[in-house]
Write a protein that binds this ligand. Structure first.
Ligand code: UFG
Length: 348
């Protein structure tokens, strides 16, 4: 018997040292899955592996390379012949940067997906979960958004890569009946693991609201700018559906279970992954101050270009089909983000 035949089936997690990827690796390992991570470390640190090991007692296998490189991707699947399913997180994700560097975004995000899909066919890997985004809905006319809400033209090249990647998966699944893929459309992931060992660590000035808040509270930033208070919302600030990253990670585990245990209704499916509740920027800021008891300097400035006014998910289809529901409250999630920030900065 060949050595590989003695090994357990594995889940390949691309981007597994990143923010959502690392939390998902923890949840997979907690459920007994064997994981191999591929990451080029372009936006994450190798030390994340130590922290995953501290949390779960297991160090996942790790390979560092860029999935946009076809021969390296091939080499990976030749070496890891027991990969049974893929969770594909690895992608560029900064909305603003994608406007300045569209070709980099299209090349990286599209080519890596296509390389993986080709490999699935070649090396007989049947299952994939893909990181999509609620950005594919743009500013919907009716709220909350269901999976049937029409997609709209993307606001940014980043958003467009998510829509195109969904289409590539749909078409490839249509042409290859043996494949089974699920796209998860995330709303706004926030928070950190309760251990405070893994969390979001943006490089440079954060673009996203919660890391900007926690860095301001920690004294790294002078003040938070709230982008716009003249939206058509109860307090005038924009509304989003903020989902706890551990809840989101668990949605990936149930999606994997759905694929591996043949519970899918079609061989390409997509689900909203949110809480179903919308909170305004001002509500979130006030909740943060309330639960942490820290001071937060903030001021209202003009709207940010490209922002939508409001969006939140209708989660009923995903809840029913996946048997999954977001569990954590906004308050506990904000507290987890603050505990993580304090741990990273060495604050008590
Ligand atoms: N915001 C501020 N001040 C900040 C940062 C953000 O007021 O310093 C506001 C934004 O204007 C927005 C809300 O906080 O109203 C949330 O902004 P984020 O940047 O945290 O998140 P976005 O909703 O803009 O973007 C997120 C993901 C994208 C994804 C998009 C889909 O970061 O990857 O949701 O809507 F595409």
């Amino acid at each position: 018997m060949k050595k590989t035949e003695l090994m357990a089936k594995q889940i390949l997690v691309t981007g597994g040292t990143g923010y959502i990827g690392s939390h998902t690796v923890v949840e997979l390992q907690n459920q007994g899955f064997e994981v191999v991570i591929v990451d080029n470390l372009s936006n994450s640190q190798i030390e994340v592996l130590d922290n995953i090991e501290k949390i779960t007692g297991i160090r996942p296998a790790f390979e560092q390379f860029d999935l946009a490189e076809r021969d390296k991707t091939d080499g990976f699947f030749q070496k890891y012949s027991n990969v049974e399913a893929i969770i594909h997180f690895a992608a560029y994700k900064a909305v603003g940067e994608s406007v300045d560097k569209p070709l980099e975004y299209y090349r990286n995000n599209l080519v890596s997906l296509m390389n993986l899909l080709e490999s699935m066919k070649k090396y007989d890997v049947k299952h994939m979960v893909f990181s999509s985004s609620c950005t594919v809905y743009g500013q919907p006319e009716t709220l909350p958004v269901t999976e049937q809400t029409p997609r709209q033209e993307a606001e940014s090249p980043y958003g467009n890569t998510k829509a195109i990647c969904e289409d590539i998966m749909r078409d490839f699944c249509k042409a290859n009946e043996a494949l089974n893929c699920i796209a998860l459309r995330y709303f706004n992931p926030i928070g950190a693991h309760e251990s405070t060992l893994i969390g979001e660590l943006p490089v440079g000035v954060p673009n996203n609201l919660v890391p900007f808040i926690t860095q301001t509270a920690a004294g790294l930033r002078k003040e938070l700018s709230i982008f716009g208070d003249d939206y058509d919302t109860p307090d005038g600030t924009a509304i989003r559906d903020y989902i706890n990253v551990v809840d989101l990670a668990k949605a990936h585990v149930v999606a994997i279970d759905r694929l591996l245990n043949d519970k899918t209704k079609q061989n390409y499916e997509y689900f909203n992954v949110g809480t179903g509740d919308g909170y305004s920027v001002m509500q979130l800021v006030k909740s943060f101050i309330k639960v942490t008891g820290v001071e937060l300097n903030y001021k209202v400035v003009g709207r940010r270009t490209g922002d939508i006014e409001k969006i939140w998910a209708d989660t009923s289809y995903g809840n029913a089909e996946l048997g999954w529901k977001a569990e954590k409250t906004l308050d506990e999630t904000l507290l987890s983000a603050w505990k993580w920030e304090k741990n990273v900065r060495g604050l008590s």
